[in-house]
Design a protein around this ligand. Structure first.
Ligand code: ZN
Ligand code: ZN
Length: 472
């Protein structure tokens, strides 16, 4: 039997999560060139467990990584880059200039966090890279502007290969990746949507896409969310504004758990609009914390050089206070009424949003409002489900135990990901021969597969498994 490399055709091999939102990292082989699409880390795991499994590539002498293309700076797409470059020191690394600036801030912060958790004893995992290693590899990053073609031909390539980054609308710097070959039997293009949003958000406009695609690697995050397609962003924005106003009027505080990169800045822009339009009382303080403040700074610095709906808007122009560190000061701030925009979006244990939710959840005056994606098995997902089922108790952190669930809990469809109808329309628009579904829980991927097959019967739909090559 020939090895995968000797056989002709394009090989797609996921090394990280496929039936889940974990570490995104996909090996793509075209005409003898090996490319890694993304170098993510699972946000819910630590140490080696959080990394993609590189063994299907490192364990096969016919496979090698010539290039790593990073779609955007979210941890599940970027987080293991320094580790991966230790394994493939000759690989060239490509990303947009804005993603590079975010990476230069986020990866050293990740190295420090891994070390701190080990020293504090809150993690038993050895750090997978340190700050010196992050700095050493950062000199290898090559930056490419959106819609600019660059060469990605590998050393053992049988045909030249090129790539281009398309603006994906998800967060600052985010791009879909198109790789194409114009000569030989594999004269086709592959388009990796990564995380994508076709619609305008508050700061960031909707994505741009190639005209047509032969092989499409499509994200499926919102595939199981039937609600998101029924509501417009505008009506959800209105509903969130009214909900926040209602909580504040009854003397409560509002917790908005967000991802520090992307959701936090979009929500601050929205809160600013509510204040200007007097939807909410402009005197109620907005609190922010941690890395989202540094990320906001990068959003502001790049506002004339990356796509914006309003380039004059500055995230730091929104009056905000730094969240106090001590528990007692946080409790005082909650008691005195405030809007808390804090990470993590899924309320993982040992994050500020989890700590604050535990302080607020037993008081019916307060509101906890989700504005992004929360995995079912995350504390945020569990709180949402408990509230939907009107359960009386909830556990946000097993170490801290069960609590009464009395506060208002709701979710608003203001995600940075396209809803599933928009994803189906994108398939229709790009007319691929093959669609490979990634980046979604199993039920999301199944819904996407069923509906793509129903509406586009000529499309070959693939549901890959980690470590299993798909040959196209
Ligand atoms: Zn993302
Ligand atoms: Zn993602």
């Amino acid at each position: 039997m020939p090895s995968d490399n000797e056989a002709k055709g394009i090989v797609f091999l996921p090394l990280g999560a496929t039936h889940d939102i974990g570490a995104s990292c996909h090996y793509l082989e075209i005409e003898g060139t090996g490319i890694l699409l993304d170098a993510g880390m699972d946000p819910d795991l630590e140490g080696q467990d959080a990394l993609p499994d590189l063994s299907p590539v490192t364990g096969d002498p016919t496979r090698f990584v010539d290039h790593v293309i990073v779609s955007h700076a979210h941890h599940d797409h970027l987080g293991s880059l320094p580790y991966i470059l230790k394994q493939f020191p000759h690989a060239r690394v490509h990303m947009t200039p804005a993603t590079r600036r975010l990476a230069d801030f986020l990866l050293p912060a990740s190295a420090r966090l891994q070390r701190r958790r080990l020293l504090e004893g809150s993690s038993l995992s050895d750090p997978v890279f340190d700050e010196d290693e992050v700095e050493a590899v950062s000199y290898m990053y090559e930056q490419h502007e959106i819609e600019t073609v660059f060469d990605v031909t590998g050393v053992r390539a049988r045909a030249p290969l090129q790539a281009v980054l398309h603006y994906s609308g998800h967060i600052l710097g985010a791009a879909g990746v198109e790789v194409f070959c114009e000569e030989g039997p594999e004269a086709r293009n592959v388009f990796y949507t990564s995380d994508t949003n076709v619609q305008n958000q508050t700061i960031i406009p909707g994505g741009h896409y190639p005209e047509s695609v032969d092989i499409m690697i499509l994200e499926s995050t919102m595939g199981s969310n039937g609600f998101a397609e029924l509501v417009s962003r505008r009506s959800e924005e209105r509903r969130l504004g009214e909900s926040i106003a209602r909580v504040l009027e009854r003397g409560g505080s509002v917790l908005l758990p967000v991802f520090a990169l992307g959701r936090a800045q979009e929500i601050l822009a929205l809160l600013d609009r509510y204040r200007r339009r007097r939807v909410i009382d402009p005197d109620v303080p907005i609190y922010t914390a941690g890395s989202m403040r540094a990320v906001a700074d990068l959003y502001d610095q790049t506002r004339y050089t990356t796509p914006r709906l309003n380039e004059d808007f500055e995230v730091f122009g929104v009056e905000q206070r730094r969240l106090p560190r001590s528990q007692s000061a946080k409790r005082d701030a909650i008691r005195e009424k405030g809007i808390f925009v804090v990470a993590s979006g899924m309320m993982f244990e040992r994050t500020i949003s989890n700590e604050m939710a535990r302080m607020m959840v037993e008081n019916e005056k307060h509101g906890v409002f989700f504005v992004g994606f929360a995995r079912d098995d995350s504390p945020g997902g569990m709180l949402l489900h408990a509230a939907e089922r009107e359960e009386e108790r909830v556990t946000l952190d097993p170490v801290q135990g069960e609590q009464h669930l009395r506060c208002e809990v709701d979710r608003f469809m203001l995600s940075g990901h396209s809803n599933r109808r928009d994803l189906l329309k994108l398939v229709e628009q790009l007319k691929p021969e093959h669609v490979i579904l990634v980046h979604g829980e199993s039920k999301s991927i199944e819904w996407m597969a069923d509906n793509i097959r129903f509406f586009n019967p000529s499309v070959n739909v693939h549901i890959p498994s980690r470590g299993q090559p798909v040959r196209l």
